[in-house]
Design a protein around this ligand. Structure first.
Ligand SMILES: NC(=O)c1ccc[n+]([C@@H]2O[C@H](COP(=O)([O-])OP(=O)(O)OC[C@H]3O[C@@H](n4cnc5c(N)ncnc54)[C@H](OP(=O)(O)O)[C@@H]3O)[C@@H](O)[C@H]2O)c1
Length: 347
């Protein structure tokens, strides 16, 4: 059994998830809490009350035994008091939860209509970092303050490949994701009793990627999302959530690791689809040329065979004539069929 395996089935869980009104966060909230034990608590945070109510409704349709608390909050610069209030009003220490879990999912792309060298506004940068880095840091701090040390605690940061790789026009996003991921790596390093997972969901169909495709100043970046959509290789929120739950259940990572669970089948499928799309002109041309070449070869073979048969027929006619004209001197000669090799050499 891998040391970091987490079984979410029939467990009494306290879960907080940010950005739960739509997109990946909504799906994560619904699927993660599906099999929680009666009495578990799920806290959903985002700005849109309507979106949160909708997520709550779906959760309760799937698992009516969990208590879902929604709080409409702007995580751009939440006050410590506001966050404390949310936690204190939902976390019931007397419940002795089997697991406390927090999923830091909230995320924005920032202004992608300009290059990194054109960032010149302190307020804009501060606001971006506040939502995407500072708010998760503070929320994490406030939650850990109330969780008893003995309670199993699982912290999930929804990260991105952008934490490791620079995508043109994603200056805010890449800087933010890198800083945020490093914070969670720090937590994992300093607190060995906590389990931390940096889960990278892969490219997913959501408002975020629609915006990325439509608003990026970089043709390369917008083209990348366009291509993913055209190829049909962009993931759905359901697909990435399924992978997330597989990673959690398997536990084959070290606390703080950046994880993108990839099923081999899925990867091969993606690879083949991409290959087919990239070669959508080359492959049919190649198949046609191969067909023509084979056809041509067959025609040559057929001609050879036909001529061979004619030669054989001529030879047997000759033999007949010879036999007819047989004289007694050759009466002991054996009749020798013409060998195929001889025939070919002859041709
Ligand atoms: N989609 C992808 O391809 C992809 C790839 C890698 C990583 N990710 C990461 O996955 C996470 C979710 O992305 P997504 O694609 O699902 O994005 P999304 O569809 O844009 O959803 C973002 C969520 O964050 C909430 N949010 C945004 N600003 C907020 C604020 N100021 N205060 C409170 N809540 C706020 C939104 O709710 P409200 O608008 O109601 O507040 C929404 O629930 C992000 O961290 C993203 O970086 C996504």
């Amino acid at each position: 059994m891998a040391k970091n395996q987490i079984d979410l089935n029939n467990k009494l869980v306290y879960l907080i998830i940010t950005g739960a009104s739509r997109g990946i966060g909504k799906e994560l909230a619904i699927e993660t809490s599906k099999n929680f034990k009666t009495g578990s608590t799920v806290v959903l945070l985002a700005r849109s009350k309507e979106g949160l109510e909708n997520t709550k409704k779906v959760i309760n349709e799937t698992n009516k035994n969990v208590e879902v608390i929604i709080k409409s909050i702007d995580l751009t610069k939440p006050s410590v008091e506001e966050l404390d209030e949310i936690i204190n009003n939902s976390f019931d220490a007397s419940k002795n939860y089997d697991l406390t879990m927090i999923i830091h999912n909230v995320g924005t792309l920032g202004d992608i209509s300009k290059w990194s060298n054109d960032m010149n506004d302190y307020n804009e940068l501060e606001q971006y970092f506040s939502t995407n880095v500072f708010a998760p840091v503070i929320l994490n701090n406030r939650l850990l303050k109330v969780i008893p040390k003995s309670m199993k605690t699982f912290i999930v940061n929804i990260t991105s490949k952008a934490a490791l790789h620079a995508f043109k026009s994603f200056g805010f996003y890449c800087m933010g994701k890198a800083a945020r991921e490093m914070y969670f790596k720090m937590i994992a390093e300093e607190f060995k009793d906590l389990l931390v997972l940096n889960y990278s969901p892969g490219p997913v169909e959501s408002d975020m990627t629609v915006y990325a495709q439509n608003a990026s100043i970089s043709e390369e970046t917008s083209g990348m999302f366009k291509q993913l959509r055209n190829e049909g290789t962009i993931l759905t929120t359901a697909m990435t959530t399924k992978r997330f739950l597989e990673v959690v259940a398997a536990g084959k990572y070290n606390s703080g690791d950046h994880m993108l669970k990839s099923s081999n089948f899925h990867q091969s499928f993606l690879f083949l689809t991409k290959l087919a799309y990239k070669n959508r002109i080359t492959i049919p041309v190649f198949v046609c040329v191969a067909f023509l070449v084979c056809n041509f070869r067959w025609e040559i073979e057929i001609s050879i065979q036909t001529e061979r048969l004619q030669v054989q027929a001529n030879n047997s006619d000759q033999e007949d004539i010879d036999l007819t004209d047989d004289d007694s001197d050759n009466s002991d000669d054996e009749y020798e069929p013409v060998s195929t090799d001889d025939e070919l050499t002859d041709i």
